[in-house]
Design a protein around this ligand. Structure first.
Ligand code: LLP
Length: 385
Protein backbone atom coordinates (compact mmCIF):
# COMPACT_ATOMS: atom_id res chain seq x y z
CA UNK A 1 0.00 0.00 0.00
CA UNK A 2 1.47 3.35 -1.03
CA UNK A 3 1.58 5.79 1.85
CA UNK A 4 2.57 9.41 2.15
CA UNK A 5 6.11 10.15 3.27
CA UNK A 6 6.11 11.09 6.93
CA UNK A 7 9.03 11.71 9.36
CA UNK A 8 7.81 9.18 11.91
CA UNK A 9 10.90 9.48 14.10
CA UNK A 10 10.27 13.19 14.50
CA UNK A 11 6.59 12.56 15.17
CA UNK A 12 7.53 10.38 18.16
CA UNK A 13 8.63 13.48 20.06
CA UNK A 14 5.36 15.31 19.47
CA UNK A 15 2.07 15.43 21.27
CA UNK A 16 -0.81 14.27 19.09
CA UNK A 17 -3.11 15.11 17.40
CA UNK A 18 -1.53 17.70 15.13
CA UNK A 19 -1.65 18.90 11.56
CA UNK A 20 1.36 18.17 9.42
CA UNK A 21 1.95 20.24 6.28
CA UNK A 22 4.21 19.10 3.45
CA UNK A 23 5.82 22.37 2.37
CA UNK A 24 7.37 20.91 -0.79
CA UNK A 25 3.97 19.78 -2.02
CA UNK A 26 2.43 23.14 -1.13
CA UNK A 27 5.14 24.97 -3.06
CA UNK A 28 4.84 22.64 -6.03
CA UNK A 29 1.07 23.19 -6.05
CA UNK A 30 1.52 26.96 -5.88
CA UNK A 31 4.04 26.89 -8.74
CA UNK A 32 1.59 24.86 -10.83
CA UNK A 33 -1.22 27.32 -10.12
CA UNK A 34 0.94 30.31 -11.01
CA UNK A 35 2.22 28.65 -14.20
CA UNK A 36 -1.22 27.51 -15.39
CA UNK A 37 -3.12 30.68 -14.53
CA UNK A 38 -0.20 32.77 -15.78
CA UNK A 39 -0.63 31.32 -19.27
CA UNK A 40 -3.78 33.41 -19.59
CA UNK A 41 -2.94 36.29 -17.26
CA UNK A 42 -5.55 35.17 -14.71
CA UNK A 43 -5.44 36.40 -11.09
CA UNK A 44 -5.73 33.84 -8.30
CA UNK A 45 -6.86 34.73 -4.77
CA UNK A 46 -6.49 32.02 -2.14
CA UNK A 47 -9.75 31.46 -0.22
CA UNK A 48 -8.50 31.91 3.33
CA UNK A 49 -11.52 30.12 4.74
CA UNK A 50 -9.88 26.86 3.65
CA UNK A 51 -6.89 27.38 5.92
CA UNK A 52 -5.83 30.42 7.89
CA UNK A 53 -2.68 29.02 9.49
CA UNK A 54 -0.34 32.07 9.59
CA UNK A 55 2.76 30.27 8.28
CA UNK A 56 0.81 28.62 5.47
CA UNK A 57 -0.71 31.97 4.52
CA UNK A 58 2.68 33.62 4.40
CA UNK A 59 3.96 30.91 2.03
CA UNK A 60 0.95 31.44 -0.22
CA UNK A 61 1.33 35.23 -0.13
CA UNK A 62 5.03 34.92 -0.97
CA UNK A 63 4.12 32.82 -4.02
CA UNK A 64 2.26 35.85 -5.37
CA UNK A 65 -1.38 34.85 -4.90
CA UNK A 66 -4.01 37.26 -3.64
CA UNK A 67 -6.50 36.55 -0.85
CA UNK A 68 -10.24 35.92 -0.81
CA UNK A 69 -11.69 36.79 2.58
CA UNK A 70 -15.13 36.29 4.13
CA UNK A 71 -14.73 38.14 7.42
CA UNK A 72 -12.89 41.03 8.98
CA UNK A 73 -10.75 38.51 10.84
CA UNK A 74 -9.69 36.99 7.52
CA UNK A 75 -8.86 40.43 6.10
CA UNK A 76 -6.65 41.03 9.15
CA UNK A 77 -5.04 37.60 8.77
CA UNK A 78 -4.39 38.27 5.07
CA UNK A 79 -2.71 41.60 5.72
CA UNK A 80 -0.63 40.17 8.54
CA UNK A 81 0.55 37.33 6.29
CA UNK A 82 1.74 39.78 3.67
CA UNK A 83 -1.01 39.72 1.05
CA UNK A 84 -1.05 43.18 -0.55
CA UNK A 85 -4.35 45.04 -0.03
CA UNK A 86 -4.73 45.45 -3.79
CA UNK A 87 -4.96 41.66 -4.11
CA UNK A 88 -7.61 41.19 -1.40
CA UNK A 89 -11.26 40.54 -2.23
CA UNK A 90 -13.93 40.40 0.47
CA UNK A 91 -17.14 38.35 0.13
CA UNK A 92 -19.84 37.17 2.53
CA UNK A 93 -23.60 37.62 2.91
CA UNK A 94 -23.36 39.25 6.33
CA UNK A 95 -20.56 41.79 6.51
CA UNK A 96 -20.77 43.80 9.75
CA UNK A 97 -20.11 47.54 9.70
CA UNK A 98 -16.69 47.20 11.34
CA UNK A 99 -15.71 44.65 8.71
CA UNK A 100 -16.72 46.94 5.86
CA UNK A 101 -14.90 49.84 7.54
CA UNK A 102 -11.78 47.69 7.85
CA UNK A 103 -11.91 46.89 4.13
CA UNK A 104 -12.33 50.59 3.35
CA UNK A 105 -9.48 51.63 5.66
CA UNK A 106 -7.18 49.02 4.17
CA UNK A 107 -8.17 49.98 0.60
CA UNK A 108 -8.79 46.38 -0.40
CA UNK A 109 -9.20 45.62 -4.08
CA UNK A 110 -12.90 44.79 -4.05
CA UNK A 111 -15.99 44.00 -1.99
CA UNK A 112 -17.98 41.16 -3.45
CA UNK A 113 -21.47 42.37 -2.66
CA UNK A 114 -24.25 39.89 -2.05
CA UNK A 115 -27.41 42.04 -1.72
CA UNK A 116 -28.90 45.46 -2.35
CA UNK A 117 -29.18 45.96 1.41
CA UNK A 118 -25.42 45.44 1.77
CA UNK A 119 -24.64 47.71 -1.18
CA UNK A 120 -26.56 50.55 0.48
CA UNK A 121 -24.56 50.14 3.69
CA UNK A 122 -21.22 50.05 1.87
CA UNK A 123 -22.22 53.22 0.01
CA UNK A 124 -23.10 54.95 3.29
CA UNK A 125 -19.97 53.85 5.15
CA UNK A 126 -17.73 54.80 2.21
CA UNK A 127 -19.46 58.20 2.03
CA UNK A 128 -18.69 58.79 5.72
CA UNK A 129 -15.01 58.25 4.92
CA UNK A 130 -15.21 60.23 1.72
CA UNK A 131 -14.12 57.18 -0.22
CA UNK A 132 -15.40 55.26 -3.20
CA UNK A 133 -15.56 51.50 -2.62
CA UNK A 134 -14.78 49.18 -5.50
CA UNK A 135 -17.49 46.54 -5.66
CA UNK A 136 -18.32 43.46 -7.67
CA UNK A 137 -21.85 42.14 -7.60
CA UNK A 138 -22.03 38.51 -6.60
CA UNK A 139 -24.54 37.03 -8.94
CA UNK A 140 -26.30 33.81 -8.22
CA UNK A 141 -25.98 32.17 -11.64
CA UNK A 142 -28.34 29.26 -10.90
CA UNK A 143 -25.77 26.72 -12.11
CA UNK A 144 -25.81 23.32 -10.41
CA UNK A 145 -22.39 22.31 -9.12
CA UNK A 146 -23.46 18.66 -8.66
CA UNK A 147 -21.74 18.48 -5.31
CA UNK A 148 -22.76 17.91 -1.67
CA UNK A 149 -25.94 19.86 -0.75
CA UNK A 150 -24.20 21.59 2.16
CA UNK A 151 -21.52 23.03 -0.12
CA UNK A 152 -23.65 24.01 -3.14
CA UNK A 153 -24.03 27.76 -3.32
CA UNK A 154 -24.99 28.83 -6.83
CA UNK A 155 -28.65 27.82 -6.96
CA UNK A 156 -31.60 30.22 -6.75
CA UNK A 157 -32.67 28.74 -3.45
CA UNK A 158 -29.30 29.41 -1.75
CA UNK A 159 -28.73 32.46 0.42
CA UNK A 160 -25.72 33.61 -1.60
CA UNK A 161 -25.48 36.33 -4.22
CA UNK A 162 -28.06 38.33 -6.10
CA UNK A 163 -30.57 36.36 -8.15
CA UNK A 164 -30.43 37.17 -11.85
CA UNK A 165 -34.05 38.30 -11.86
CA UNK A 166 -33.25 40.98 -9.28
CA UNK A 167 -30.11 42.31 -10.95
CA UNK A 168 -31.77 45.08 -12.93
CA UNK A 169 -33.33 46.60 -9.83
CA UNK A 170 -29.95 46.60 -8.08
CA UNK A 171 -28.24 48.22 -11.05
CA UNK A 172 -30.93 50.90 -11.29
CA UNK A 173 -30.63 51.86 -7.64
CA UNK A 174 -26.84 51.73 -7.86
CA UNK A 175 -26.79 54.54 -10.42
CA UNK A 176 -27.67 56.96 -7.66
CA UNK A 177 -24.94 55.73 -5.31
CA UNK A 178 -21.87 57.90 -5.58
CA UNK A 179 -19.59 56.05 -3.14
CA UNK A 180 -19.50 52.64 -4.79
CA UNK A 181 -17.99 51.87 -8.17
CA UNK A 182 -18.99 48.71 -10.01
CA UNK A 183 -15.77 47.05 -11.16
CA UNK A 184 -16.88 43.49 -11.68
CA UNK A 185 -19.17 40.57 -11.37
CA UNK A 186 -18.56 37.60 -9.14
CA UNK A 187 -19.95 34.06 -9.03
CA UNK A 188 -19.19 31.01 -6.91
CA UNK A 189 -21.25 27.90 -7.51
CA UNK A 190 -20.01 25.47 -4.88
CA UNK A 191 -17.11 23.44 -3.63
CA UNK A 192 -15.42 20.07 -4.29
CA UNK A 193 -16.55 20.20 -7.92
CA UNK A 194 -14.98 17.43 -9.96
CA UNK A 195 -17.31 17.55 -12.94
CA UNK A 196 -15.85 20.11 -15.35
CA UNK A 197 -19.22 20.54 -17.03
CA UNK A 198 -20.32 22.65 -14.04
CA UNK A 199 -17.48 25.09 -14.79
CA UNK A 200 -18.34 25.01 -18.52
CA UNK A 201 -21.92 25.95 -17.64
CA UNK A 202 -20.66 28.71 -15.39
CA UNK A 203 -18.49 30.21 -18.16
CA UNK A 204 -21.41 30.12 -20.59
CA UNK A 205 -23.72 31.72 -18.03
CA UNK A 206 -21.18 34.49 -17.41
CA UNK A 207 -21.16 35.23 -21.15
CA UNK A 208 -24.95 35.55 -21.09
CA UNK A 209 -24.83 37.81 -18.04
CA UNK A 210 -22.26 40.03 -19.73
CA UNK A 211 -24.52 40.39 -22.75
CA UNK A 212 -27.42 41.36 -20.52
CA UNK A 213 -25.27 43.94 -18.74
CA UNK A 214 -24.12 45.39 -22.04
CA UNK A 215 -27.71 45.90 -23.11
CA UNK A 216 -27.91 48.21 -20.12
CA UNK A 217 -24.69 49.94 -21.19
CA UNK A 218 -22.60 48.32 -18.46
CA UNK A 219 -19.21 46.78 -19.09
CA UNK A 220 -17.20 45.53 -16.12
CA UNK A 221 -13.41 45.34 -15.91
CA UNK A 222 -13.31 42.18 -13.81
CA UNK A 223 -14.88 38.75 -13.85
CA UNK A 224 -14.47 36.66 -10.71
CA UNK A 225 -15.37 33.00 -11.15
CA UNK A 226 -15.01 32.00 -7.49
CA UNK A 227 -13.44 28.73 -6.40
CA UNK A 228 -14.69 25.19 -6.19
CA UNK A 229 -12.19 22.97 -7.98
CA UNK A 230 -12.32 19.57 -6.28
CA UNK A 231 -9.49 17.27 -5.25
CA UNK A 232 -9.05 13.50 -5.26
CA UNK A 233 -9.64 12.40 -1.67
CA UNK A 234 -9.19 8.76 -2.68
CA UNK A 235 -5.71 9.08 -4.20
CA UNK A 236 -3.76 11.70 -2.25
CA UNK A 237 -0.44 10.06 -3.14
CA UNK A 238 -0.99 9.64 -6.88
CA UNK A 239 -3.03 12.75 -7.60
CA UNK A 240 -1.60 15.22 -5.17
CA UNK A 241 -1.86 18.25 -7.46
CA UNK A 242 -5.30 18.94 -8.95
CA UNK A 243 -5.66 19.41 -12.71
CA UNK A 244 -5.29 23.19 -12.76
CA UNK A 245 -4.34 23.00 -16.45
CA UNK A 246 -7.77 21.61 -17.42
CA UNK A 247 -9.58 23.93 -15.04
CA UNK A 248 -8.15 27.20 -16.34
CA UNK A 249 -8.31 25.92 -19.93
CA UNK A 250 -12.11 25.51 -19.64
CA UNK A 251 -12.50 29.21 -18.91
CA UNK A 252 -9.91 30.24 -21.49
CA UNK A 253 -11.78 28.28 -24.11
CA UNK A 254 -15.30 29.39 -23.24
CA UNK A 255 -15.25 32.85 -21.68
CA UNK A 256 -15.92 35.72 -24.09
CA UNK A 257 -13.65 38.40 -22.72
CA UNK A 258 -13.93 42.06 -23.59
CA UNK A 259 -10.71 43.98 -24.32
CA UNK A 260 -8.67 44.51 -21.17
CA UNK A 261 -11.01 42.46 -19.01
CA UNK A 262 -9.31 40.73 -16.05
CA UNK A 263 -10.27 37.27 -14.82
CA UNK A 264 -10.07 36.25 -11.16
CA UNK A 265 -10.42 32.96 -9.26
CA UNK A 266 -10.77 32.08 -5.57
CA UNK A 267 -9.62 28.49 -5.04
CA UNK A 268 -9.26 27.24 -1.48
CA UNK A 269 -9.43 23.47 -1.21
CA UNK A 270 -7.47 22.72 -4.37
CA UNK A 271 -4.53 24.84 -3.13
CA UNK A 272 -4.03 23.32 0.31
CA UNK A 273 -6.02 20.11 0.85
CA UNK A 274 -3.41 17.61 -0.26
CA UNK A 275 -0.44 19.11 1.57
CA UNK A 276 -2.04 18.61 4.98
CA UNK A 277 -2.64 15.51 7.10
CA UNK A 278 -4.08 15.17 10.56
CA UNK A 279 -1.73 12.94 12.56
CA UNK A 280 -3.03 11.13 15.60
CA UNK A 281 -2.08 8.23 17.83
CA UNK A 282 -4.15 5.15 18.47
CA UNK A 283 -5.28 5.15 22.08
CA UNK A 284 -7.02 1.80 22.15
CA UNK A 285 -8.01 -1.07 19.94
CA UNK A 286 -11.42 -2.09 21.17
CA UNK A 287 -12.87 -5.44 20.21
CA UNK A 288 -16.64 -5.15 19.99
CA UNK A 289 -19.02 -8.02 19.37
CA UNK A 290 -19.47 -7.18 15.70
CA UNK A 291 -16.80 -4.59 15.07
CA UNK A 292 -13.26 -3.75 15.89
CA UNK A 293 -12.62 -0.10 16.72
CA UNK A 294 -9.43 1.87 16.40
CA UNK A 295 -9.93 4.67 18.90
CA UNK A 296 -7.80 7.70 18.08
CA UNK A 297 -6.78 10.68 20.14
CA UNK A 298 -8.12 12.90 17.31
CA UNK A 299 -11.83 13.54 17.06
CA UNK A 300 -14.27 15.67 15.14
CA UNK A 301 -13.05 18.68 17.08
CA UNK A 302 -9.84 18.34 15.07
CA UNK A 303 -11.36 17.37 11.70
CA UNK A 304 -15.09 17.83 11.39
CA UNK A 305 -15.59 17.03 7.70
CA UNK A 306 -16.55 13.33 8.09
CA UNK A 307 -19.10 14.12 10.85
CA UNK A 308 -20.49 17.21 9.15
CA UNK A 309 -20.55 16.27 5.47
CA UNK A 310 -20.06 12.50 5.52
CA UNK A 311 -16.77 13.35 3.85
CA UNK A 312 -14.26 10.66 2.99
CA UNK A 313 -10.64 11.05 4.09
CA UNK A 314 -8.13 8.34 3.34
CA UNK A 315 -6.88 6.84 6.60
CA UNK A 316 -3.44 5.22 6.86
CA UNK A 317 -1.60 3.46 9.64
CA UNK A 318 1.79 5.01 8.97
CA UNK A 319 3.50 3.02 11.75
CA UNK A 320 2.87 -0.43 10.39
CA UNK A 321 3.27 -2.75 7.42
CA UNK A 322 1.42 -5.60 9.13
CA UNK A 323 -1.37 -7.42 7.36
CA UNK A 324 -4.51 -5.45 6.74
CA UNK A 325 -7.50 -5.72 9.08
CA UNK A 326 -10.84 -3.95 9.14
CA UNK A 327 -11.69 -1.27 11.73
CA UNK A 328 -14.15 1.46 12.45
CA UNK A 329 -11.88 4.43 13.06
CA UNK A 330 -13.35 6.68 15.72
CA UNK A 331 -12.47 9.58 17.99
CA UNK A 332 -12.82 10.12 21.74
CA UNK A 333 -15.67 12.65 21.67
CA UNK A 334 -18.93 11.81 23.37
CA UNK A 335 -21.07 11.78 20.24
CA UNK A 336 -21.88 8.88 17.98
CA UNK A 337 -21.04 10.99 14.92
CA UNK A 338 -17.39 11.06 15.99
CA UNK A 339 -16.41 8.51 13.36
CA UNK A 340 -13.70 9.07 10.76
CA UNK A 341 -14.46 5.94 8.76
CA UNK A 342 -16.37 2.69 8.96
CA UNK A 343 -14.96 -0.66 7.84
CA UNK A 344 -11.61 0.87 7.01
CA UNK A 345 -8.78 -1.40 5.90
CA UNK A 346 -5.69 -0.59 7.93
CA UNK A 347 -2.42 -2.35 8.55
CA UNK A 348 -2.98 -4.08 11.87
CA UNK A 349 -3.29 -1.44 14.53
CA UNK A 350 -1.68 -1.28 17.97
CA UNK A 351 -1.88 1.25 20.75
CA UNK A 352 0.54 4.10 20.01
CA UNK A 353 0.56 3.68 16.21
CA UNK A 354 0.41 6.88 14.17
CA UNK A 355 -2.68 7.25 12.02
CA UNK A 356 -2.73 9.80 9.20
CA UNK A 357 -6.00 11.30 8.01
CA UNK A 358 -5.03 12.50 4.57
CA UNK A 359 -6.10 15.43 2.38
CA UNK A 360 -6.93 17.42 5.49
CA UNK A 361 -5.14 20.67 4.62
CA UNK A 362 -8.38 22.37 3.60
CA UNK A 363 -11.25 22.97 6.03
CA UNK A 364 -9.40 20.93 8.66
CA UNK A 365 -7.33 22.94 11.13
CA UNK A 366 -9.39 26.05 10.42
CA UNK A 367 -12.66 24.34 11.42
CA UNK A 368 -11.29 22.83 14.63
CA UNK A 369 -13.19 23.52 17.85
CA UNK A 370 -12.72 23.12 21.58
CA UNK A 371 -15.90 21.13 22.22
CA UNK A 372 -15.50 18.82 25.24
CA UNK A 373 -12.88 21.32 26.50
CA UNK A 374 -10.37 19.81 24.11
CA UNK A 375 -7.20 21.59 23.05
CA UNK A 376 -6.89 22.82 19.51
CA UNK A 377 -4.53 20.70 17.41
CA UNK A 378 -1.01 22.03 16.86
CA UNK A 379 0.52 22.43 13.39
CA UNK A 380 3.97 21.47 12.11
CA UNK A 381 5.62 22.05 8.77
CA UNK A 382 7.87 19.54 7.03
CA UNK A 383 10.75 22.01 6.72
CA UNK A 384 10.71 22.83 10.43
CA UNK A 385 10.80 19.34 11.95
N1 LLP B 1 -15.22 31.70 -2.91
C1 LLP B 1 -16.36 31.69 -2.20
C2 LLP B 1 -17.28 32.83 -2.32
C3 LLP B 1 -16.67 30.59 -1.37
O1 LLP B 1 -17.80 30.60 -0.68
C4 LLP B 1 -15.77 29.50 -1.27
C5 LLP B 1 -16.05 28.36 -0.41
C6 LLP B 1 -14.57 29.58 -2.03
C7 LLP B 1 -14.34 30.67 -2.84
C8 LLP B 1 -13.55 28.48 -1.99
O2 LLP B 1 -14.05 27.29 -2.48
P1 LLP B 1 -13.10 26.00 -2.67
O3 LLP B 1 -12.12 26.32 -3.79
O4 LLP B 1 -12.40 25.74 -1.41
O5 LLP B 1 -14.03 24.93 -3.05
N2 LLP B 1 -16.23 23.48 4.69
C9 LLP B 1 -16.62 22.83 3.45
C10 LLP B 1 -16.39 23.71 2.25
C11 LLP B 1 -17.11 25.05 2.31
C12 LLP B 1 -16.83 25.94 1.13
C13 LLP B 1 -17.39 27.30 1.34
N3 LLP B 1 -17.08 28.24 0.32
C14 LLP B 1 -15.86 21.51 3.34
O6 LLP B 1 -15.13 21.16 4.27
O7 LLP B 1 -15.99 20.80 2.35
Amino acid sequence: MLKGKFPIDKFKELKTPFYYYDVDLLNETLQTIQAESGKYGYHVHFAIKANANPRLLSIIAAAGLGADCVSGGEVEAAIKAGFPAEKIVFAGVGKADWEINLGLDENIFCFNVESLAELRVINELAAAKNKVARVALRINPDVDAHTHAKITTGLKENKFGINLGLLNGVLDEMKAMSHVRLIGIHCHIGSQITDMSAFRNLAIRINEIQEELEKKGIQVENLNLGGGLGIDYYHPNHLSIPAFDNYFAVFHKLLDLRPGQQVHFEPGRSVVAQCGSLISRVLYVKEGEVKKFAILDAGFTDLIRPAMYDAYHRIENISSDNDVEVYDVVGPICESSDVFGKDVELNEVHRGDFIALRSAGAYGEVMASQYNCRQLPAAYFSDQL
